[in-house]
Design a protein around this ligand. Structure first.
Ligand code: FAD
Length: 618
């Protein structure tokens, strides 16, 4: 019988990270997926990153994950978003060549000596009492594993809708995972139903590109990975346009044929990424909605119509497209569709992403009610790390809200559950001034190194970078330019002064540092980090105080099996706490509906319990 330390089910964005992390931590890992050649397939938009999602990719990279390196290797257009706002919310985004992205990730996985990829459908889990002991394949064969990570995306009982046509599928052209979906329900995991959608794809040769506004990439592309000094590849153009009154009329005339409005779709869709029919119905006063035309790769004419996600019948989709100037003759290669799928309520999970009910079973990615490649990747990484740590008998690895967007995402999921597909926003991170893209490595790479995920090359680069930044920080804190009344760091706090003003002085004082920085960091990110820390020092200190308060609450652990039916708590709050079973007082406070008074009462009981156990041990 085949046997692994860790089995990962699913070769999507979560599965790829989970499998590589577990293998890199020294576990014999099996990645089981439906189709080998579709590992790391982008089911929807051909892009990685975007606002807040770019933060997640940076953090995955800083910990030693693969997504940042993969997109840097094959991205075809890079843009840094939100640059008109403060550095806390800058976020990188890149168009990907879909095929090359898959190949890149597949090559990275193939290079892992501890990782074996197996093609096949997993039908269920093999149990040993309340712990997972392996997986069962569709043909009945069994594979043993000490820990299992499920990252099955939209495949669990997936059902595709195009107009009134519905059929079971995991995504376009691939079968649904019905057996696995049913087996998870039988194990008593609380499952729900969600929905997402994708737009039609067009043949670029039939588009009149002269009718659209070109969207170039940045002149100096911002890489995702801290290992990439510069991206030299030539970049492609994207294009933008708008829907119009005719498009909206086509939609209104055919609403009765929309599975969203006929009641055919029961799952809840993403509020922030609605279908075009939803946009037209919900914002009737809006005369137009923006659309981006994005290439799916360098050697394909397939074009993604970002903003036109729809599950209307194919003939209606064709009429919608033809109503847009420049697309009158566009040939639709594939219609858009909606997909409904089962997910597991993430309140079933511990902070390590292990299920509370089944020891050794971890879940990551869209199965946990999230949406998006980046959200999937970071959970896959955390689930893979924790599965490996469990097998090795090491303590779990949890990031808090004060340390990372990843920590914020996991905490949101496990404390609140998902009543719609969850995606990351910068507004979800209350400590976003600290959790920036430029300092993700400063925050997280030492943790990745301690785990064993960060190799020597990345670590040496990191150490050299920290040395350079510390040298610069010291000079700015203590050195004063001729003619200035105060040290450079003081001068920099003035709004009109920037680090660029100090360049000649820095170059004269530290010529070696200037040359080294120019070679290692041509875009000047190291200097931006140093400058931001100085300019925002007051706000950062204020936020640090809030972070300390949160850490104190997080430090109050709630023991496993704690009885939440406390006198003084309403039945509703007792039920909420009993369902989520928060691991800390801080987490309890973030459960919607749990009041500050309830948290105080919980604290009193925890303290009493502690005092009692101390007396007993005396
Ligand atoms: P996936 O990338 O879906 O990978 C799942 C993997 O599991 C696949 O490799 C599959 O083969 C494997 N698998 C499943 N079941 C089994 C089994 N029983 N045995 C073996 N292998 C199995 N995200 C956005 O951010 N915005 C969007 O607008 C958006 N629209 C989407 C539209 C559609 C139609 C779809 C399908 C997805 C959309 N997404 C969107 C979501 C995005 O694609 C996912 O969030 C992301 O890919 C999830 O990653 P994952 O690793 O969890 O799962």
């Amino acid at each position: 019988m085949m046997s692994f330390d860790v089995v990962v089910i699913g070769g999507g964005h979560a599965g790829a990270e989970a499998a590589r992390a577990a293998a890199r931590l020294g576990c014999r890992t099996g990645l089981f997926t439906l189709k080998r050649e579709l590992i790391a397939q982008m089911s929807c938009n051909p892009a990685i990153g975007g606002i807040a999602k770019g933060h997640l990719v940076r953090e995955v990279d800083a910990l030693g994950g693969l997504m940042g390196e993969a997109i840097d290797a094959v991205g075809i257009q890079f843009r840094l978003l939100n640059t008109s706002r403060g550095p806390a919310v800058w976020s990188p985004r890149a168009q990907a060549d879909k095929k090359l992205y898959r190949r890149q990730v597949q090559a990275m996985l193939a290079a892992e000596p501890n990782l074996e990829i197996v093609e096949g459908e997993v039908a269920g889990l093999v149990m040993d009492g309340a712990a997972v002991a392996g997986i069962r394949m569709r043909d009945g064969s069994e594979v043993r594993a000490a820990a299992v990570v499920i990252t099955s995306g939209t495949f669990l009982n997936g059902l595709i809708h195009v107009g009134d046509t519905t059929y079971p599928a995991g995504r376009s052209g691939e079968p649904a995972a019905q057996l696995l979906g049913e087996s998870l329900k039988l194990l008593g995991l609380d499952c729900g139903r969600l929905k997402t959608g994708t737009p039609p794809r067009l043949d670029g040769r039939t588009i009149d590109w002269t009718q659209f506004e070109p969207q170039p990439g940045d002149a100096e592309p911002t890489p995702f990975s801290f290992l990439t000094a510069r991206i030299e590849r030539e970049q492609v153009l994207c294009y933008s346009t708008f829907t119009n009154e005719r498009t909206h009329q086509v939609i209104r005339d055919n609403l009765h044929r929309s599975p969203l409005y006929s009641g055919q779709i029961a799952g809840v869709g993403p509020r922030y990424c609605p279908s075009v029919e939803d946009k037209v119905v919900k914002f009737p006063a809006k005369e137009r909605h923006q659309i981006f035309l994005e290439p799916e790769g360098l050697d394909t004419h397939e074009t993604y119509v970002n903003g036109l996600s729809t599950s209307m019948p194919a003939d209606v989709q064709e009429a919608m497209i033809a109503s847009i100037p420049g697309l009158e003759k566009a040939v639709m290669l594939r219609p858009g569709y909606a997909i409904e799928y089962d997910f597991v309520q993430p309140t079933e999970l511990r902070p390590t992403l292990e299920t509370k009910k089944i020891a050794g079973l971890f879940l990551g990615g869209q199965i946990n009610g999230t949406s998006g490649y980046e959200e999937a990747a970071c959970q896959g990484l955390m689930a893979g790390i924790n599965a490996a740590l469990r097998v090795q008998g090491r303590p779990g690895f949890v990031l808090s809200r004060t340390e990372a967007y990843i920590g914020t995402l996991v905490d949101d999921l496990i404390a609140r559950g998902a009543d719609e597909p969850y995606r990351m926003f910068t507004s979800r991170a209350e400590f976003r001034l600290h959790l920036r893209i430029d300092n993700a490595d400063r925050r997280l790479t030492p943790l990745g190194r301690k785990l064993g995920l960060v190799g020597d090359e990345r670590w040496q680069l990191w150490e050299a970078k920290q040395r350079r930044m510390e040298t610069l920080e010291k000079l700015l804190a203590t050195g004063t330019r001729p003619g200035d009344a105060a040290p450079a760091a003081q001068m920099l706090k003035r709004p009109e002064v920037t680090l660029a003003n100090f360049e000649p002085w820095i170059a004269a004082r530290l010529p070696e540092l200037a040359a080294e920085q120019q070679a290692a960091d041509p875009a000047g990110w190291e200097r931006k980090t140093v400058e931001t820390a100085i300019k925002f020092e007051g706000y950062l200190a204020q936020q640090r105080r809030h972070m300390d308060q949160l850490r104190a609450a997080e430090g109050k652990a709630i023991p496993d099996g704690f009885d939440f039916t406390l006198a003084g708590l309403s039945r509703e709050i007792q039920e909420k706490l009993g369902r989520v079973r928060p691991a800390t007082l801080g987490q309890a406070a973030r459960i919607p509906g749990v009041t500050p008074a309830a948290v105080s009462l919980l604290l009193v009981h925890l303290e009493l319990r502690k005092a009692k156990s101390k007396r007993v041990s005396i």
